[in-house]
Design a binder for this molecule. Sequence first.
Ligand code: SAM
Length: 305
Amino acid sequence: MNWKLKALLMVFFDTIPAGEKMYRILQKRFGNLNDDPAGRIMVQEKMASWLVDQEFSIAGSVFLEVGTGHKPVVPVCFALMGAKAVYTVDLHRRLDDALMRGMLNKFAAAKDQLIKSWTRYTSEDILQERFGLLLRYKDRPEQFFNHIGIQYLAPADAGSLNMPDASIDCHLSNTVLEHIGAKDIRSIMQEASRLLRKGGMAMHFIDLSDHFQHQDPGITPLNFLRYSERAWHLLAGNQFAYANRLRPPDYFDIFDSLGFEIARRETKTYDADPGFDLPDDSPFRSYADHDFRTTELNVLLIRRG
Ligand SMILES: C[S@@+](CC[C@H](N)C(=O)[O-])C[C@H]1O[C@@H](n2cnc3c(N)ncnc32)[C@H](O)[C@@H]1O
């Protein structure tokens, strides 16, 4: 779909009553909102491997995910791998029973294959026990969450949580931070610093590409950087499309100023022609070429001190 048409639809649904509900129905019917966990399972496997490389034990640890969204694949995977507890926090209650049942049934159908591949991250005994719970409760998502130790905190702000200091081992998110303004990211990371035990890990996988490009191959993943702040706000300053357009150094400044040390980082860049010339007064001119071209930033941070 042409991205400008999609942007206009988002602006429209953002302004009408019950627009959010209607937009989600369209997303289910024509968009990419479905119950298939496969893509997110691959992301979580990468997260698990990064933790295990740091000799972090997934089994027995307490996780907190920021930004559950519609499909809680990452928290389900960590719970199946033996986490002691997984808190998943969202500003909005978006989980839908039918979509969750579909997702849990797909996990159940892939049980043998997942157990085989996940013995790299946790013991087979734990996996067998946790998948046993999945098989028992796959059609009752709420009970599955209760029995496996997932707590869905929504509506709740990850920048201000009613949880004790040093009560979690790992703070994480996937494709969330790029949708949050810099000031709120700072509050979320400050709260992470309070909640994490000393030596705990924060892992954030951030999609720095223009999300409109995901459905419109007619633009490049850097297209959104061509617009002034004002023009971008008119096009995408709504609840469905908001993207902060921060570049890697902006995130590093926040992490660094709060005392997080980078244990691992990975970036992907778009190296072909961006498809536009930056205006002379563009704020994106001040970034190094690699930072301007970054489309993906994955970081693993350690809470020191
Ligand atoms: C793109 S969605 C999440 C995608 C999901 N993590 C996944 O992997 O499919 C971003 C979510 O972050 C949530 N969010 C934004 N700001 C937040 C905050 N301060 N605290 C908690 N959740 C927040 C939004 O409500 C939204 O549901």
